[in-house]
Every structure is written in structure tokens, then in C-alpha cells.
Design a protein around this ligand. Structure first.
Ligand code: NI
Length: 153
């Protein structure tokens, strides 16, 4: 188990665009393992590689639902449907949460950790996670999309 340092707040790496992964070498596999460890340790449901300082198109997600633990390499959104407004947070912006409108159903196409292409359709929280994490790979962060901040007592 290896935890990586989560980049937070105004760390400039969070605003940079990630590069596609060209080969799934041991370095990438170790990155994926470390990202899962780091995400679970921080009790998040998703983590993108730039959040641990690596500008590669790698995302890990685990919403806690069956079949919703996954690795997405070079992911792209190929279909969106509907709309949902809900609370969102991010491990890179600790202590904050805000309401963001996202599509309600999202289909992604990506490579898994063995390099096989797959497509997955997510609804609700999983659709939100797809959008949020893929935004990270483009250097976009949810705080710029917040419509209303959740007030913390
Ligand atoms: Ni995030």
C-alpha cells in the first residue's frame, strides 16, 4: 500500500491538461494501485491522476455500488442524457461542497488496466463521478461550476 500526496486548492497542476497514456507499463500499474489506496484512505469515490501530481489520463472510481469500481484510462464521454442537480465535493478542495448540475446519464469509453476498450453507462452518482473526474483530466475543477455553495456550520 502506497499513499500519494493529494494536491489541493491552488496547486497549479490541478489546472493543467493531462496526456493520454501510450503504454500500460509497470509504472502505470503502480500509479493505479496507489491511486486506489489514496482514494480509499481519503474516503473519496473518485480520483484523477493530476490530483496526485501525474499529468496522465488515468481515473479511478468506486461509488460503493456493485460493478462501480473501475479504472478509466484515456476516457472520453460519448453520450450524455438528462440533467441532475446535486452536491459535489472533491478531495483536492477539502472542507467544501457545492451544488453542480450534471447530465443524469453518461456513457464513457475508456481502456481498462489491461488495455481493453470498454464502454460503461452510469446514472446518478456514477454519471456525476464520470463528469467530475474527466474534467480533472482537462484541468477543470468543479469549484468553477458550483451554482450554490453548501454552508457548513
Ligand atoms: Ni475532484
Amino acid at each position: 500500500m502506497a499513499l500519494r500526496n493529494i494536491r489541493i486548492d491552488d496547486d497549479p497542476i490541478l489546472r493543467k491538461v493531462s496526456r493520454p497514456v501510450e503504454k500500460l507499463d509497470q509504472r502505470t500499474q503502480t500509479l493505479i494501485d496507489d491511486m486506489f489506496d489514496t482514494m480509499y484512505d481519503a474516503e473519496g469515490v473518485g480520483l484523477a491522476a493530476p490530483q496526485v501530481g501525474v499529468l496522465k489520463q488515468v481515473v479511478v472510481i468506486d461509488t460503493g455500488e456493485e460493478d462501480e469500481k473501475m479504472v478509466l484510462i484515456n476516457p472520453e464521454i460519448i453520450r450524455e442524457e438528462g440533467e441532475q442537480r446535486g452536491q459535489e465535493g472533491c478531495l483536492s478542495f477539502p472542507g467544501k461542497a457545492g451544488f453542480v448540475t450534471r447530465p443524469n446519464v453518461v456513457t464513457v469509453r475508456a481502456l481498462d488496466r489491461e488495455g481493453n476498450v470498454f464502454e460503461k453507462t452510469g446514472e446518478g452518482l456514477l454519471a456525476r463521478a464520470f463528469c467530475h473526474e474527466i474534467d480533472h483530466l482537462k484541468g477543470q475543477v468543479y469549484i468553477d461550476k458550483v451554482e450554490e455553495w453548501v454552508k457548513r456550520e
